[in-house]
Design a protein around this ligand. Structure first.
Ligand code: ZN
Length: 406
């Protein structure tokens, strides 16, 4: 599928730094990629296109965009793959509720997402892959699991047996009770009769009356959610890529199951070197979600005249591993910060530009410490100096590293 327009990314002079990120699986910081000069490979789980991009989604894609930018700054080629879950229960439910054909709904929401990402200056993935265009890929991934002896059926549906992976549980580190509760909450079916283990996850859902389906070696049906990401990631990136990313609500079951499935299918380990998760963004004390109806939409803000760079600055003002709540005053502060920064770069001279660029790199490569990065630019903008090249250098670095066009 076509992604979106790539923003221009200036090359920033001065020595870059190696990126360290917090890995959910090991519970510590890891350097990715491990070697200088290596192509960096990243898979970030994409949207289910049944509604517009809210600030929680935007925070996720901006966080992984920073990783992409820091790798490029350090001289790596970046191979970035993102999927689109363009067939799944929420999409069909929304289509039925609104009377819109599910395919049309998906197409219009994907286009809105592209426009949001373009406005936020997010670098597009190299492979932007829909599930509907990947059915053969997914069915062959299910066949690989069958050959590994990890598949059984309940009625006509196929399940992945999590016990086939001795490392199952390694990504989340959760105990069985927590896994079971989250599985029930996030689309799983722990109580279905006939399953061997409550945590076994659906690989192939046999055709149901009134639902779209595709032919397969297992009869007509449609793919389960987790296997689609394993299949797409393996095809485009291969095993042991650098970063598997998404929101923290994907840690379990989605990332656990995707990793397990890929490991069992290939006999290799690990699926990814680091599992990186963006914390949740809420509104009025609750997690932002479609079901609660408390969404702040990127498109609504930008079509209402908000500068997308101010939206991006709100997201960057919060560290990616801390849950936070969207507020109107955050947005006003971000707009003010943007005005101050723009004023500062138009002065013609300022304090030492190379020093602020180095401070930016140091903060961001330290597990994306965006609050420290923003503070470094604030301090530069608030001070006077006689470095006549500082303004253009700082504007370049803020553009290339933070994705903020001044
Ligand atoms: Zn995924």
């Amino acid at each position: 599928m076509q992604a979106w327009t790539k923003p221009e990314i200036p090359v920033v002079p001065g020595p870059a730094r190696r990126l360290r990120l917090y890995d959910t699986a090991s519970g510590g910081l890891v350097e990715v990629p491990p070697a200088a000069g290596e192509t960096a490979r990243m898979y970030v789980c994409g949207i289910t296109p049944y509604d517009a991009t809210h600030m929680g989604h935007a925070a996720t894609y901006v966080t992984f965009d920073l990783i992409n930018r820091l790798w490029r700054d350090a001289g790596h080629e970046v191979h970035y793959t993102q999927n689109i879950t363009d067939i799944d229960d929420p999409l069909l439910e929304r289509a039925a509720a609104t009377g819109v054909d599910w395919k049309d709904l998906a197409l219009s929401e994907i286009q809105l997402f592209r426009d949001d990402m373009t406005a936020l200056r997010v670098i597009p993935p190299q492979d932007y892959v829909g599930v509907v265009e990947s059915i053969d890929l997914v069915t062959s991934a299910v066949e690989d699991l069958q050959r590994a002896g990890a598949v059984y059926s309940v009625d006509e549906d196929l399940y992945f047996a999590v016990k086939a992976d001795p490392r199952f549980g390694e990504v989340s580190g959760y105990d069985v009770e927590t896994m079971r509760a989250l599985f029930a909450e996030r689309g799983g079916d722990p109580d279905r009769e006939g399953k061997r283990d409550p945590l076994d996850s659906l690989l192939w859902r046999a055709e149901r009356p009134g639902e779209p389906s595709w032919e397969s070696p297992f009869g007509p049906g449609r793919p389960g959610w987790h296997v689609e990401c394993s299949a797409i990631a393996l095809k485009h990136l291969g095993m042991t890529f650098d970063v598997q990313g998404g929101g923290s609500d994907l840690i379990f079951p989605h990332h656990e199951m995707s990793a397990s499935g890929a490991q069992v299918a290939t006999g290799e380990h690990p699926f990814a070197r680091a599992y990186v998760h963006q914390a949740m963004v809420g509104l009025d004390g609750e997690k932002m979600s479609k079901s609660k109806g408390n969404l702040v939409l990127v498109s609504k803000e930008r079509l209402g005249g908000t500068d997308p760079m101010a939206i991006r600055l709100v997201l960057l003002a919060h560290h990616y591993r801390t849950d936070w709540f969207w507020t109107a005053s955050d947005l006003a502060e971000a707009q003010e910060r943007l005005d101050v920064w723009r004023g500062a770069i138009s002065r013609g001279s300022g304090p030492d530009g190379a020093a602020v660029v180095d401070a930016l790199r140091a903060a961001l490569t330290n597990d994306l410490d965006t609050t420290a990065a923003l503070a470094a630019v604030d301090q530069w903008a608030d001070s006077n100096g006689d470095d006549t090249s500082a303004s253009s250098l700082v504007a370049q670095a803020v553009d290339a590293l933070l994705g903020i066009k001044l």
